[in-house]
Design a protein around this ligand. Structure first.
Ligand code: 3H9
Length: 707
């Protein structure tokens, strides 16, 4: 055996322990070692059955995803798991899989090749491969429908969501739930079944359904995938794989699956999604904040401001089980804020996201207050008052006065200077930005903004807290707009310029939606409120360079009281249900203003729309990276995917630029500079990388080496 796979015995039952921390991925060598252990068990007459179990926190989280990167970059074939799984299934001695933590991907495929599965009630099982742009590649699409039925298998393989052990037990995927000691329970189960004929999953047919019924399931699944996973190839391939299970003998089904798996693995989508998987973990690593930095307790918090953001943030804490004081100045405002929270929760219950009992518990955790009296008891405060420096400073001075020493004082500002806010306190080391995205209880991104003096403990605590809150925390520096909004400026600027130059409003949004974005840039402006940017622009107008072209349409809409969805008119017209329709008046206005400004009108292709908007992101991203406000290019990608609806299957703006080729991107940026002037001056880093034939991903690696 190897260090990673151990074979031991408990009298007449063998125990195979997979021990490959942290998540027992099936890295090279492990399948062979399990295979050898199965052979040994079968040649030992004293052994009647075997248990396969994972050491540490989990069963098996799947194939080793790092191997996929090696395969696709070297073009080498991936070692298949299928022979190991057949060897287990063909074992003369029954094999019981003992699952705790997760049996994901190849981990579940391994489990399904066993004759029986037992699990801790807290375990989860799933085929999450689609989230990596691939499909189960070791018989998952073939064995899963045989155990749980076609409809559930299609759902699990195409959507990738794991299911809890209890549901898996009800479906017949798990044979017994074991409270208490899993290994002891698995051993006694193994003894019970030792003398019985061992069922082989691949030979089962009773759940494979009838052709007509299955056709309807596949058609519905394809329609759902087209809508909910727009543009993604893997979900459709996963459905094809399960369909093959219903039409073909097991071995042939596995061949179809293998072909689909390989096509997906070598696709750009899979490379991008694997980049995102590792990126989401990479962003947690801060070079100057070591892993062992002490974490401060955050057991009780307060949120100042009960508006949309404050209320949403209070819900985020309550959902994580953290009691929260929600403060506002007037009773009526606070009542309104609490009313909105109740309404949001009620709609979550209606949609089946939460149970009423869960919501009742969460509401108990939110205590509305009108004063700072109880603030001395909290470990952290998140300020979410109206965006204005004077007000924020006043709030922070008050927090400094009322909060205990050591409490974290966070601001949810999306634009203001955190150093300046911190200066209003006597403890700048405790001040940090926690920039939630609207709606705070839904969006996964949390930009964590360090100011000059923020302590490492406060940074480490907020990074860890973000995970507890179900967010992806990304640490950024304190520049105007931080990372996300700073890049969003040029992106939305270009969208407006394109309309001012003759593009149709819908055509601009459609081009970006077809690219994969959740929403187009103009519709997003209407949703967020055009007045938000307008107010900020007014505050910073003195910083604008004279003679540099600025978009005019949104400022003029705002002057006319057209703020977007909330006023029923913006780039689009909205009915009382906020359904958008084209507004010919807007087009006419923009055409008139463009003529007055002497801006020539022309036909603009979807390709140019995408290049202008996305390369504006990339160029600004490159500046941010070089200035050190983002730690890595991948951090920018994670911000854009989780906070701005950038398509994950394109890997984020910086990964996308790498995929297009930085030389090509750079040339296009230079072309835009020639056409549109200095706003398009190429970022020095983009120029340098393009000229030296490098990528942002390589830049990231060099940073790691340098650190
Ligand atoms: C597959 O199985 C294909 C098959 O069909 C077979 C085809 C032939 N490989 O997430 P965490 C690392 S595809 C390599 O922070 P948690 C991760 O990068 C696979 N590494 O912990 C991190 O490293 P670091 C299908 C992996 O407790 C560390 O482990 N399976 C893998 O929050 C800890 O991870 C999946 O997609 C892996 N498979 O969550 C499951 N998994 O410390 C992917 C994790 O250096 N994994 N790492 O940053 C997960 O969903 C979560 O990791 C899990 C634990 C829920 C298991």
């Amino acid at each position: 055996m190897t260090n990673f796979v151990r074979l031991s015995k408990d009298n007449d039952v063998a125990i195979i322990t997979i021990d490959n921390p942290p998540v027992n991925a099936l890295s090279p060598g492990i399948p062979d070692a399990i295979s050898a252990a199965i052979d040994e068990i079968n040649s030992d007459a004293a052994i009647k059955a075997a248990v396969i179990i994972g050491a540490g926190r989990t069963f098996v989280a799947g194939a080793d995803i790092k191997e996929f990167i090696k395969m696709t970059s070297s073009g080498k074939r991936l070692a298949t798991l299928l022979p190991l799984l057949l060897r287990i299934e063909n074992s003369a001695k029954p094999v019981v899989m003992a699952i705790h933590g997760q049996a994901f991907g190849g981990g579940l495929e391994l489990a399904m090749a066993g004759h029986y599965r037992v699990a801790s009630p807290t375990a989860q099982v799933g085929q999450p491969e689609v989230k990596l742009g691939i499909i189960p590649g070791a018989g998952g699409t073939q064995r899963l429908p045989r155990l749980v039925g076609v409809a559930k298998a299609v759902e699990m393989c195409a959507e990738g969501k794991p299911i809890p052990a209890r549901e898996a037990f009800d479906l017949g995927l798990i044979d017994r739930l074991i409270e208490g000691d899993l290994l002891a329970g698995a051993l006694s189960f193994a003894r019970e079944v030792a003398a019985k004929p061992a069922p082989k999953t691949r030979e089962r047919k009773e759940k494979l359904g009838a052709a007509a019924e299955n056709e309807a399931i596949f058609a519905a699944a394809r329609a759902t995938a087209a809508k909910k996973q727009r543009g993604l190839k893997a979900p459709l391939a996963a459905i094809d794989g399960v369909e093959a299970a219903t039409r073909l003998p097991f071995d042939e089904g596995c061949q179809v699956e293998a072909k689909l798996f390989t096509e997906c693995l070598f696709s750009d989508q899979s490379k991008a999604l694997i980049h995102v998987f590792f990126g989401e973990r990479e962003v947690a690593k801060i070079p100057d904040v070591p892993k062992d930095t002490p974490i401060l307790p955050v057991n009780r918090v307060a949120v100042v401001g009960s508006g949309t953001m404050g209320g949403g943030i209070a819900m985020v804490f309550a959902n994580a089980g953290i009691p929260v004081l929600l403060k506002d100045v007037e009773e009526a405002t606070l009542d309104q804020g609490m009313g909105k929270i109740r309404k949001n929760y009620a709609s979550s219950v209606q949609r089946g996201r939460f149970t009423q009992a869960f919501v009742d518990e969460r509401l108990q955790l939110i205590e509305p207050v009108l004063s700072y009296d109880k603030f001395s008891s909290v470990d952290m405060v998140v300020e979410a008052v109206f965006e204005g420096m004077a007000l924020k400073k006043a709030v922070f001075a008050e927090l400094d006065r009322t909060c205990r020493k050591g409490a974290i004082l966070a601001s949810n500002t999306s634009t203001l200077n955190i150093d300046e806010i911190a200066a209003a306190t006597s403890r700048a080391e405790a001040v940090i930005g926690t920039h939630f995205f609207s709606p705070a209880n839904v969006m996964r991104l949390l930009e964590i903004v360090r100011e000059q003096k923020t302590s490492k403990e406060v940074i480490a605590t907020c990074m860890q807290l973000s995970k507890k809150l179900g967010k992806v925390g990304v640490l950024v520096g304190n520049c105007r707009g931080f990372v996300g909004n700073r890049m969003f400026g040029p992106y939305r600027r270009e969208a407006q310029f394109l309309v001012e130059e003759g593009a149709d409003i819908e055509a601009v949004d459609r081009a970006l939606v077809d690219f994969g974005n959740a929403m187009g840039p103009l519709a997003t402006g209407d949703l967020a409120g055009l007045d938000v940017g307008w107010r900020i622009r007014k505050e910073y107008r003195h910083l604008e360079k004279a003679g540099v072209r600025q978009p005019f349409a949104e400022d003029r809409f705002c002057e006319m009281g057209r703020y977007g969805q909330k006023t029923g008119r913006g780039w689009y017209h909205y009915d009382e249900n906020r359904r958008a329709s084209a507004d010919p008046e807007v087009t006419a206005l923009v055409r008139k203003w463009s003529a007055e400004a002497g801006i020539g009108q022309r036909q603009i292709s979807a390709e140019e729309i995408v290049d202008r908007c996305v390369y504006a992101l990339v160029n600004e991203g490159a500046r941010i990276l070089e200035e050190g406000y983002a730690l890595r290019a991948v951090d920018i990608d994670i911000i854009y995917i989780n906070g701005y609806g950038f398509p994950a299957h394109r890997g984020g703006p910086m990964w996308y630029a790498d995929a297009v080729g930085l030389q090509k991107v750079y040339q296009r940026v230079c072309e835009f500079q020639r056409q549109h002037g200095e706003l398009w001056a190429p970022a020095p880093l983009l120029k340098r990388l393009a000229e030296t034939g490098k990528t942002f991903a390589e830049f990231d690696k060099e940073q790691v080496v340098a650190a």
